[in-house]
Design a protein around this ligand. Structure first.
Ligand SMILES: [Zn+2]
Length: 312
């Protein structure tokens, strides 16, 4: 839902704000650790014809279960849930499959656009939905929409204090490849029945995933001096649901081991706070790179123009 706004931490990927230095070989861990997370439940992305939100949630959860993954957090925007039985069923399906719910605000505002007080009200307003559907499991994990944590230091600190006071932990991210940027293009190509274009979408999605997983890990070396256990940001969109089995194969080939979010974020790096205002936001290592004016590793940017023009 609401994919108009792009956080600049992510826009940096798109615009190719890369280092011009020649890439040097970087040694990465053989068995990195990752927790998968999914944003924008129960209605991420456009709904293809003849599908329901409940079907998408069912497929996604069963793909995770087939990979022996349980306790995966889905971050919820409750804005339409009360009026939509399909969304209600999607949340029930997700939780009954052994997955968890977290708070992603009621209607997905960027903290750049609202006051700290309004943002806190958005978090609080979402709580009855979580309490209703989480079946007693812990839902006090918070994921900032667009990964924007405050364009002023006052807002950043105020919301962090509110979250702490209300028992929340911040579901920080270390790996993000803007998986949701493929979803609109996929919807258009399905409508046009353009199989060749869908083939390109599948291939470029996986290439982009591999590239930005590498970049995210190298950013940790720069930010922290070593890799940390990862949190991968994904979205509950139809296209990521289609691609998840192949994405999991990619992670397996790269030696990733899977952990639950709470275990990953026990790593001391997650208690570090760059304590810097930023319109850009972004994953935790990016926040440190930006705050300390450190150089990003080189990378191949996302195919933004083709994603926007394909199947028009
Ligand atoms: Zn979101």
């Amino acid at each position: 839902m609401l994919v108009v706004l792009v956080c600049a931490g992510m826009a940096a990927h798109a615009e190719g704000k890369s280092s011009t230095k020649k890439q040097q070989a970087v040694r990465l861990a053989r068995h990195p650790v990752v927790a998968l997370t999914f944003d924008d439940l129960p209605a991420g992305g456009g709904l293809p014809p003849n599908q329901t939100r409940a079907q998408i949630a069912t497929t996604l959860a069963s793909e995770l279960r087939a990979h022996h993954l349980k306790g995966v957090y889905g971050f919820v925007n409750g804005v339409d849930v009360a009026d939509d039985p399909d969304e209600q069923e999607a949340l029930r399906t997700w939780v009954q499959a052994g997955m968890r719910l977290g708070n992603h605000t009621w209607s997905h505002p960027s903290l750049n656009d609202v006051s700290a007080e309004a943002f806190e009200q958005e978090i609080a307003r979402n709580e009855p939905v979580l309490a209703q559907y989480a079946e007693g499991r812990d839902w006090r994990w918070f994921r900032y929409p667009y990964l924007c944590e405050g364009d002023t230091l006052e807002k950043r600190r105020a919301v962090r204090t509110w979250l702490k006071t209300h028992g929340y932990r911040i579901a920080q991210v270390t790996l993000n490849f803007n998986d949701d940027d493929w979803d609109d293009a996929y919807g258009r190509c399905v409508a046009k029945k353009d199989d060749a274009a869908i083939g390109w979408l599948r291939q470029s999605y996986l290439e982009n995933a591999a590239e930005f997983i590498r970049v995210g890990r190298e950013e940790q070396l720069i930010a922290f001096g070593h890799e940390i256990p990862n949190v991968l940001l994904l979205h509950e969109t139809p296209f990521t649901t289609l691609m998840l089995p192949e994405l999991l194969q990619l992670l397996d080939r790269q030696g990733f081991r899977y952990r639950e979010l709470a275990k990953v974020e026990r790593d001391p790096a997650y208690a570090l706070d760059p304590d810097a205002a930023s319109k850009d936001g972004g994953p935790l290592p990016n926040q440190f790179l930006n705050a300390r004016h450190l150089q990003y590793p080189p990378f191949t940017p996302q195919p933004v123009e083709r994603l926007q023009s394909i199947c028009r």
